[in-house]
Design a protein around this ligand. Structure first.
Ligand SMILES: [Zn+2]
Length: 188
């Protein structure tokens, strides 16, 4: 993988502290899963000498504006916010990469991560969907650098909540995100 060393990636594990994010059918908290996956992505990126700044390193709730400010002040080249999705329908199970359309690089980033996540998570029956939209979210509107959100799976789906309790699945979700970041960088 060419020229990935030295890139600065802000990794944001969504939610934390008093904000659990989405909650699964047996009370698995999105905030905990997000942090575990983010830590895996960090370790996987560092194998390629990519420099990672974890916006959240423990179970604390950080204001979204502060997360963005941290990435901007640090001078990140990319910011990725890691989440799981939730739906009132328990049947849904795709992975999604969201981005904000004011930055054309966001679209490329989302498409690339989505494609890499799908190629790994396809073994779990997950298909990707890519949404370029103004989510109205500070986490995608605020960063000065290309940024996006990954929604790895629906924690509201009992099958995927169960998978999210396994190290194997969390590792695979992390590999998809890691590969997406590396492929995006290599294409720049
Ligand atoms: Zn979330």
């Amino acid at each position: 993988m060419a020229n990935v060393a030295g890139w600065k990636i802000a990794l944001d594990a969504g939610h934390g502290g008093g904000d659990p994010g989405a909650v699964g059918p047996t009370d698995l908290y999105e905030k905990d899963v997000n942090l575990e996956i983010a830590e895996k992505v960090k370790a996987m990126l560092e194998e390629f000498d990519v420099i990672v700044n974890m916006i959240r390193t423990d179970d604390t709730d950080i204001n979204v504006d502060d997360r963005v400010e941290e990435a901007n002040n640090w001078g990140a080249d990319l910011m990725i916010s890691i989440h799981q999705n939730s739906s009132s329908s328990t049947a849904t199970h795709c992975c999604v990469a969201h981005c904000h359309d004011s930055n054309s690089k966001n679209d490329e980033l989302a498409k690339t991560i989505e494609g890499q996540m799908e190629s790994i998570l396809d073994t779990y029956g997950q298909k990707a969907s890519h949404q370029v939209q103004d989510c109205g979210l500070a986490i995608t509107d605020g960063p000065n650098m290309p940024s996006g959100i990954t929604e790895g799976c629906f924690i509201s789906n009992p099958d995927f909540e169960a998978l999210l309790k396994t190290d194997e699945y969390k590792t695979d979700q992390a590999k998809g995100i890691r590969n997406g970041i590396l492929v995006y960088i290599a294409n720049q």
